[in-house]
Design a protein around this ligand. Structure first.
Ligand SMILES: [Zn+2]
Length: 466
């Protein structure tokens, strides 16, 4: 008796839920089947293994990126996508040629560093005394000209966090530190790597020069080398470092976002867009950043493509070009699609490594929220909890949001992401196949239900400017 009452309540709740979400019991069954199939074993690991083995590092502007493009086109076709096409993006090419550094005095020994993306070269060997700063604010606080003929060294430690929240303040040092140091007269910038590891492997990443400020070379020391340099400086004697960075911009190149689509059965011109970025840095093989994201979303789309009946709307998977050097593929997508943005039902991007998903966020209108809530009930068995607010569309889809893209975020556990991020250690052994399956399950449910619902998902109203 008690059981049947509970069952009745359960059934009526489900019906009410389904009504608001525009999804019926059949759609829900299909989504559950996608989820459970993915959990039994998806193709994501096989895809990221293929990309890291057959292409490897594929920095924006490199010949290797062209091989990655051909790889992605072939992979989409092999996975049964109906349409595969390229979307161009042109940008200046930055290259790393060589990099080395050593302490000249008082304790001569080698230092391990890597040039930041976008850095200029040193003119031959650059030899100068090092001045340490705890953070960017300390550097900004010294009078202009103070650092004439010196190397500024910003030694700000990154804190480990599941949600990656330690990255923002420290990556700001990487992005803007060189121009701040140049304003004070410095001839080069050294930073502590933006990372949470203690490996002797430095973390690269993009930096940008401010217009009208001298362009000085900028590099990241590995975390143990930053500690080493700080220990020398603590002894109170001047520390002289010699560094030699050969890098810089040469000409421009056109590369491509690679796009695969599963055609919708009744509203083919409306799309759910998912994806990751195809480019990587040059130091590792780009397994977690962002081979995993490409593999997860390609595999999720392919799983939906294998259904006997496609969802109402199309599923579009984008392998974005050159995210690392300024979200260039994402900006190109937004620009090319801005007039077509109203036909975008939902966007979600995977670019935070290979760790399991634990939270779902969405940026949609209040009226569309029941769809997300219904999706949340199907993701709960995967250990994914729907959040009332917060989240973001991600780096590559972010540029589409001002044009009206409704978005969802499936947040991954990034506890160890910044141990490997942008280093030579970003390799396939950091990727766990079962963790990828959980993510494919989540993306397949999200994309399928968003593509199948009777509700046209509307974007979040724009935040009013203060
Ligand atoms: Zn990335």
């Amino acid at each position: 008796m008690r059981i049947s009452a509970a069952l009745l309540l359960f059934v009526s709740c489900q019906t009410v839920f389904a009504a608001g979400s525009g999804l019926d019991a059949r759609a829900e069954k299909t989504a559950e089947r996608l989820r459970d199939d993915a959990m039994r074993g998806s193709r994501a690991y096989e895809i990221v293994e293929s990309l890291t083995t057959e292409v490897g590092p594929r920095m924006g502007g490199s010949e290797a990126y062209d091989r990655a493009t051909a790889w992605a086109q072939a992979k989409f076709k092999a996975l049964g996508y109906d349409k595969v096409w390229l979307q161009p993006v042109t940008f200046p090419v930055w290259q790393r040629h060589s990099e080395s550094a050593r302490v000249v005095s008082p304790f001569p020994q080698r230092l391990v560093l890597t040039a930041l993306g976008g850095s200029e070269s040193t003119r031959g060997d650059l030899r100068a005394e090092v001045v340490e700063f705890a953070d960017l604010e300390a550097l900004k606080a010294v009078p202009d000209g103070t650092l004439a003929g010196k190397i500024a060294f910003v030694n700000l430690k990154m804190l480990r966090a599941k949600d990656g929240s330690g990255y923002g303040p420290v990556s700001n040092v990487r992005r803007t530190g060189a121009s701040e140091a140049a304003r004070k007269g410095a001839s080069a910038l050294l930073i502590r790597s933006v990372g949470t590891d203690s490996d002797r492997l430095p973390h690269t990443g993009m930096m940008k020069y401010e217009d009208g400020v001298a362009k000085i070379p900028a590099a990241a020391l590995s975390v143990p080398d930053a500690d080493l340099l700080a220990n020398m400086l603590r002894r109170g004697k001047p520390v002289t470092v010699e560094m030699n960075i050969q890098a810089g911009f040469t000409g421009s190149k056109t590369e491509y976002n690679v796009i695969g689509e599963i055609t919708g059965r009744s509203k083919p011109s409306e799309v759910v867009v998912i994806g990751g970025h195809l480019d990587s840095w040059d130091l590792g093989t780009g397994a977690i950043d962002d081979g995993a994201g490409v593999a997860i979303t390609m595999a999720a789309g392919a799983l939906i493509g294998d259904l006997k009946q496609a969802p109402k709307r199309s599923i579009r998977v984008v392998a974005f070009a050159n995210e690392e050097q300024g979200l260039l593929g994402g900006k190109a997508y937004a620009e090319a699609m801005k007039d077509a943005m109203p036909s975008h039902q939902l966007g979600a991007e995977s670019d935070f490594g290979a760790g399991r998903i634990y939270a779902l966020y969405a940026g949609v209108s209040a009226g569309s929220r029941p769809v997300i809530e219904h999706i949340g009930t199907l993701l709960a068995p995967l250990g994914i909890a729907l959040q009332a607010s917060g989240g973001s569309a991600g780096p590559d889809l972010g540029p589409s949001v001002p044009y009206g893209l409704p978005w969802a975020e499936l947040q991954q556990d990034g506890t160890d992401y910044f141990d490997y991020h942008h280093t030579a250690n970003d390799t396939l052994d950091k990727v766990n196949a079962k963790d990828l399956d959980q993510q494919v399950a989540a993306y397949a449910v999200l994309a399928y239900m968003a593509a199948e619902t009777a509700v046209d998902i509307a974007p979040e109203p724009p935040k009013t400017q203060p």
